[in-house]
Design a protein. Structure first.
Length: 252
């Protein structure tokens, strides 16, 4: 299953994309994992704030930690994923061009939605204004900060993902599921890689469906039940995909 036909590797024009996509996937899996803020929280005595004023104070006292808790590193993760999806389209398009076109489009749109909805730098700007504002101005800034937190905050109080976080997760999960299904019949990847991708995407999709269809469930417990497990399998999938893409790029 790991043997690739000459037709799949003969076009040297795709080789650089394979290598770039492979390095991006490996970097995503090893360094910039999704929701890495939760891992950072395990090694610091400063918890994620539960109030807007707490966020402003954290961003003033420890800017890097505050931005990390606001998922600034996820922006890097999603940017790397866009390169991985492009490389996967290049290698899997011969197996199912239509499916890969849909998967790649959904993946890139999901990345764009996340990038547009991430509020880390906007919250940083509000915190700077809050520190120099009068009491009346501070109340307005607190309301603005609360609105920003509602857009895309998986680790916010209550575990609500926000519209941007939810849509980006849903689109990228669908893209990953389609891509992994195409992998099953591809000679470029082994089935183990495909099944890990299917499992990771299925967990994310299960969370999205449960959150939308079962609003009575505790959202924070729902996130704990699905998101960490999905993140673990995604990390493994990205490493497996990245390793394979990198070697495809080096193949003669």
């Amino acid at each position: 299953m790991n043997q690739v036909t000459s037709a799949e590797t003969s076009d040297s024009g795709w080789k650089s994309l394979y290598r770039v996509g492979g390095i991006a996937a490996l970097t995503s899996g090893v360094l910039f994992r999704r929701n890495i803020a939760a891992e950072i929280g395990l090694f610091t005595q400063t918890p994620s704030p539960a109030t807007v004023s707490g966020w402003f104070e954290l961003l003033q006292s420890n800017r890097l930690l505050g931005l990390a808790y606001l998922n600034i590193f996820d922006l890097v993760n999603y940017a790397l994923l866009s390169l991985m999806f492009l490389a996967l389209y290049a290698i899997l398009r011969r197996d199912n061009k239509s499916a890969m076109a849909i998967a790649t489009t959904l993946g890139l749109v999901g990345v764009a939605v996340y990038s547009a909805s991430n509020t880390a730098f906007s919250m940083l700007s509000l915190s700077e204004q809050y520190a120099a504002a009068t009491s009346d101005e501070q109340r307005t800034l607190l309301a603005a900060g609360q609105a920003l937190l509602a857009i895309n905050r998986f680790s916010s109080h209550g575990g609500y993902p926000g519209s941007g976080g939810y849509m980006s997760l849903l689109l990228i999960a669908i893209a990953g599921m389609i891509t992994s299904i195409v992998m099953i019949r591809s000679a470029a990847f082994n089935r183990a890689t495909a099944y890990v991708g299917i499992l990771a995407s299925a967990l994310d999709l299960a969370y999205c469906v449960a959150f939308a269809c079962m609003p009575a469930l505790d959202s924070e417990m729902l996130a704990i039940a699905f998101i960490p497990a999905a993140g673990l399998f995604l990390m493994v999938w990205h490493i497996l995909v990245g390793w394979r893409l990198f070697h495809l790029g080096k193949a003669s």
